[in-house]
Design a binder for this molecule. Sequence first.
Ligand SMILES: C[S@@+](CC[C@H](N)C(=O)[O-])C[C@H]1O[C@@H](n2cnc3c(N)ncnc32)[C@H](O)[C@@H]1O
Length: 183
Amino acid sequence: MLIELLIVLQVLIGLAFITLTIFTGSLVLALFSDAPFVVTNKSTLRGMLSQANIKPNDVIVDLGSGDGRLVLAAARQGRIATGFELSRSLFLISQIRKLISGTSNAHFKRQDFFTADLTHVDVVLAYLTTPAIKKLRPKLEQELPAGARVVSHGVPIPGWTPANHLASETNKKLDDVWLYIKE
Ligand SMILES: C[S@@+](CC[C@H](N)C(=O)[O-])C[C@H]1O[C@@H](n2cnc3c(N)ncnc32)[C@H](O)[C@@H]1O
């Protein structure tokens, strides 16, 4: 009986170790992706949402949704908000936050945002790097409907003319926000 208990305990410890390794490995990978994982702070999040001017019927996406904070906040203002995130652990954290907050119109997909369908999107939120947003630009140009708003945190979209530029409250250039309206 004791031996059986010890075996079960060993198996459980092994499983916990494997889960923890996958979880932390995925978090570390997110730090080295196209756009490393850094969260949007509260005041910038407020600034992004005010620039997005979300209406109750709007469909919103966050491209690289991290721990899900932008998606959950945007979902409270719009019809549906979806976050696309590569990292398994961040995806899991987002799902847990969704459950805790009870935000039923927030959705998370563990998916490369370059493969996301943007043809019915009203608002795009993004906190990416210059190379990532440059790579994303043709997709935004091809798929977004006219009038869609793109709110970019930290980097402007090269070659696009912003409808507005919101300087960071903390004077940190990295927290500036740019609003674009698709023509
Ligand atoms: C700077 S963080 C922004 C997180 C969140 N949007 C926020 O503002 O708090 C960028 C996120 O994009 C994710 N990411 C990078 N490349 C991606 C890709 N091709 N598809 C989906 N997610 C990606 C990273 O894992 C990271 O969580």
